[in-house]
Design a protein around this ligand. Structure first.
Ligand code: BGC
Length: 757
């Protein structure tokens, strides 16, 4: 074991300052005389983008397996599979001499327009946290680090380097931080990458509250915080805030600034030492993993195929799929000949090989006549001729498979989408083909929801194949021909139209700020709130078989928050083929002190079933499944009372409900103060005990004040009328009838409830 503290004591100020800024775009600064190794990092997240030239930011990278992007990964709802994928990523990192993979990204999909949504898991923090945790565990179990990114509230590309995400504390804690929190606490990523943007006015790179108070102190993060590439503005301020490593390097002026700040007493050297300690700890840990060798590209390609197949979501199927007995299949759309399998930007991978959809279909149906038409151009021009050609082919075939890929000019890192639409040509193509060929399957390649209202009713089947990774094409072919029964489910809502989406009206902001006005209500939480129809709900996905849910039960109908409860349900495959079902558990709080979403995902399980088979699925729900973040208590709290556990096949398809009663074990500090209202006093048990006896008196006195007879006639409810008035103000009205001054009465009561009397 390297004695890091002793090493730090031997380092010069210059060496320490240099260590905290990259030596190149992808490496830290080694110190040969002390045996301090360099650490090499690479993107991330769904494959290695390892550049040969470490001073380059965007050249072609060394070949690596391109796995499906996070939208697809999350749709597998399969943490074990992600763990296996993490192992493979680590093996590639080792072969490519990489110590830390820059990923995964766990930012929330606040709006479907977010340019990087394809790199993120979900609109739901619980699901995103579970998937990220598994991926990190898979990677790190092989001695390769990860960088959980982008911390935090980085949900759009518009002005991503500067905009301030204005988000209230409760929303931050309940929506934007939990995926990070889960991954940090459970998987212990070696590094966390800060976001470019500001959060409530302060850059992610200088945000003491996020980097130090929450991440390091509250969550116990032991790794180092790295800047997103170019996210540092003031190096000294960022160090003081808890940003350990600035990337990319070299940045001589920044290093010099740190040294000057230490020398002149503006930066405590202990702060620098702490950053150095964190970086050295990771650098030595990474160095312990022997690097080099090769990786099994064929095996990883097969794994990429498996992951893609598990993540694809059969959105609609009126019985056309799986394809069987067709003699002639028209395969239309340029994505059939040129797979669209990844997104643009820092996650862009140089794949080891790429499966081509048309070829994969052909390989599985050698005896079937397969014809191909391009259908739409690569750019945003409109070509009626391509549509006409496609129509002729479609008409002559028994069935048409339309491969529609959302082009990169509409979806990439660096810019947000402007709408949810496919290109005008693609919509016209689908409509024209469906008109002549009722047996049309649409296969989509995209990283985020697209609007389908213009054509969905005209086609019997739609398969969401995502940015499916280099082996996605063979997975598509397996699903279409029924070799693989689809089991993926959406990790995000597909809205009917952009105008319905949660952030509309607060997107993308301007004048330096974007207000998260929808608060807690993103994704299905919002559609529940508005009772609004959607195209496909969160958690939706079809199978070639059907599942029945029965016999929902709980380990205890009344339980303590700290003990939690386990909910079980029997799931039966009621169809004719083997299949997998993803069972989801949502929690509904019957009565809460603060407004809460109607339901929130708190558990899930994926279960494989043979025809006729029944299995029991059990899901444990702990304290946090029932808690919410109370901004005044500044902590997660539970409240005693009734909860419903909703067991469903999607957010809109709840099959079984069990009601339970939670007993909170929290002894929360009393929040009552001189401004507290009558209702606040009467709903706090301690307040009620003190004010209760007085309340009866107050009630009769206020009645006298308002004139009893008339009041009875209009049915005045004292609590409704005066509930929101500070107790002190209520007492002011009655001052003449009281023996003591109202302020003294309240002061006395406060002393009692706060245990000072
Ligand atoms: C991206 C990060 C990425 C980094 C290095 C940044 O622009 O936001 O996700 O890891 O570049 O390529």
């Amino acid at each position: 074991m390297t004695d890091i503290r002793s090493l730090i004591s031997q380092m010069t100020l210059a060496e320490k300052a240099a260590l905290c800024t990259g030596a190149t775009a992808w490496t830290t600064t080694p110190v040969e005389r002390l045996g301090i190794p360099e650490l090499l990092v690479s993107d991330g997240p769904h494959g290695l983008r390892r550049l040969e030239d470490l001073n380059a930011l965007g050249a072609e990278s060394l070949p690596a397996t391109c796995f499906p992007t996070a939208s697809c990964l999350a749709s597998t709802w399969d943490p074990d599979l992600l763990r296996t994928m993490g192992n493979a990523l680590a093996e590639e990192a080792i072969a490519l001499n990489v110590g830390v993979i820059l990923g995964p990204g766990v930012n929330m999909k606040r709006s479907p327009l977010g340019g990087r949504n394809f790199e993120y898991f979900s609109e739901d923090p619980y699901l995103a946290g579970e998937m990220a945790t598994a991926l990190i565990e898979g990677i790190q179990s092989k001695g390769v680090g990860t960088s959980l990114k982008h911390f935090a509230v980085n949900n759009q590309e518009f002005q991503r380097f500067s905009i301030s995400a204005e988000v209230d504390e409760r929303t931050l804690r309940e929506i934007y931080l939990p995926a990070f929190e889960t991954a940090v606490k459970r998987a212990r990523p070696w590094t966390v990458m800060c976001s470019y943007n500001k959060i409530n006015g302060t850059y992610g790179s200088e945000n003491t509250y996020l980097l130090t108070d929450i991440l390091k102190k509250e969550w116990g993060f032991e790794g180092f915080v790295v800047s997103d590439w170019g996210a540092v503005h003031d190096r000294v301020r960022s160090l003081a805030a808890g940003l350990d490593l600035e990337m990319p390097g070299p940045q001589d002026r920044r290093v010099a600034a740190v040294m000057t700040a230490v020398r002149e007493g503006q930066l405590d050297e202990a702060v620098l030492d702490e950053a150095v300690r964190r970086i050295l700890t990771v650098a030595f840990k990474a160095a312990q993993t022997p690097k080099g060798g090769t990786f099994d590209a064929a095996a990883h390609h097969a794994l990429a195929h498996k992951v893609a197949g598990e993540g694809m979501v059969l959105l609609k199927n009126d019985g056309l799929l799986p394809l069987r007995d067709q003699q002639h299949i028209a395969v239309i759309g340029r994505a059939a000949a040129e797979a669209h399998f990844q997104g643009g930007g820092s996650s862009h991978i140089n794949p080891t090989q790429v499966d081509v959809p048309f070829k994969e279909l052909k390989a599985r149906a050698p005896e079937v006549e397969l014809t191909y038409a391009e259908g739409y151009p690569a750019d945003d021009s409109f070509s009626q001729a391509l549509i006409d050609q496609a129509v002729v082919l479609a008409q002559a075939a028994d069935v048409t498979v339309l491969h529609i890929a959302l082009p990169s000019y509409k979806e990439s890192e660096g810019y947000d989408r402007k709408d949810l639409d496919l290109t005008a040509q693609q919509v016209a193509l689908i409509q024209a083909v469906a008109e002549v060929q009722p047996k049309t399957v649409v296969v989509l390649n995209n990283g985020a929801p697209v609007a389908m209202s213009a054509w969905i009713d005209a086609v019997p089947a739609v398969l969401e194949a995502w940015m499916m990774g280099q082996a996605g094409a063979s997975a598509i072919a397996d699903v279409l021909f029924g070799k693989l029964n689809p089991s993926g489910k959406l990790a995000e809502t597909y809205p009917l139209r952009l105008a319905d989406t949660p952030a509309v009206g607060n997107w993308p902001g301007g004048a330096g700020a974007v207000r998260y006005g929808e608060g807690l209500y993103i994704g299905y939480r919002y559609y529940d709130l508005k009772d609004m129809p959607v195209l496909f709900p969160f958690g939706h996905g079809l199978s070639y078989t059907t599942f029945a849910y029965s016999n929902a039960r709980v380990s205890a109908t009344t339980f303590k928050d700290v003990d939690g409860v386990t909910v079980s349900v029997d799931v039966t495959n009621t169809g004719a083929v083997v299949g997998q079902e993803i069972v989801q558990v949502y929690v509904h709080d019957a009565v809460a002190g603060l407004d809460r979403p109607a339901k929130e995902l708190k558990g899930f399980a994926k279960v494989a079933l043979a025809p006729g088979e029944t299995k029991t699925v059990s899901i444990a729900l702990g304290f946090r499944a029932f808690a919410y973040y109370h901004p005044e208590h500044k902590q997660w709290i539970t409240e005693s009372g009734a909860f419903d556990l909703l067991i469903g096949a999607s957010a809109a398809d709840i099959r079984q409900t069990v009601s339970v009663t939670l007993e909170s074990t929290l002894d929360l500090p009393c929040l009552l103060d001189t401004e507290s209202t009558l209702r606040e006093w009467m709903t706090d048990p301690r307040g009620q005990a003190v004010l209760g006896p007085l309340f009866a008196q107050i009630q009769s006195k206020t009645q006298a004040l308002f004139g009893g007879g008339e009041q009875a006639a209009i049915g005045l409810d004292m609590m409704e009328m005066l509930g929101d008035m500070p107790v002190v103000s209520v007492l002011m009205f009655l001052a003449r009838a009281l023996d003591q001054h109202p302020e003294d009465i309240v002061a006395g009561m406060l002393a009692q409830v706060h245990g000072k009397a």
